[in-house]
Design a protein around this ligand. Sequence first.
Ligand code: SF4
Length: 239
Amino acid sequence: MKRLIDIPPASVVPMKDAVLQAMGVPAGQDQGARVERMVAAALEVFQSEAQPRGIVAEVDGDEFSSIYQGAGDNDSPSPLLNIFPRAEVLTLFAVTLGASLSERSSGLFDDGSLALAATLDAAASEGTELAGIHLDGIVLDGARTAGRADADSRILRYSPGYCGWNLTGQRALFAALGPEEIGIHLTESCLMEPVKSISGVMVTGPAEIHKFTDDYSFCSTCPTHDCRRRIKDLTRTRP
Ligand code: SF4
């Protein structure tokens, strides 16, 4: 069943240090009054414009297998191909901070207010992830309450465009989920508008199913190896 979720705006406002780190500034480094004012100004714009919303829909393994297959452009093998058959719950999701924030950010770039625009962009990226984390909590709590996941279960999100799941997979995902209902649209090239949106599948299950070695064919060109951090974070108790 599909579910639309209004996310409390206060839950997606990033911390000042998180914004600075997203801009490449090391944690704890004194940036001076000018940068402090810039971040404060960006967060003020963020809070006035962000309209976070999410949509989720549970699918079974066969349904997700068909969605994941998409147009047949994925790399194989891939981490998700091995992970999703062992999930306790599979949940399609999309989340966005809304069009207003993106339009304001674009306007600042167009006006030449580059420092504020770049700071707002960093804040919006952090805020989008916080919106995803908010959905994680709702989905995992729901699975636990329903007795379909336990205290040791963990939830991780996987998205088209990453780790072997071809970006064209967005088409099958959107056809099944309908994120247009919360204002997210797909371009011809499978990018999302508003840009500050995330989509994919949430995989709920024992922490072990999410663990793998980063030696897939596409890993050699991966700029971040972010899966290492995600797997390490599985030791957290929440979510
Ligand atoms: S190394 Fe990069 S591409 Fe490979 S699984 Fe990890 S995050 Fe994905």
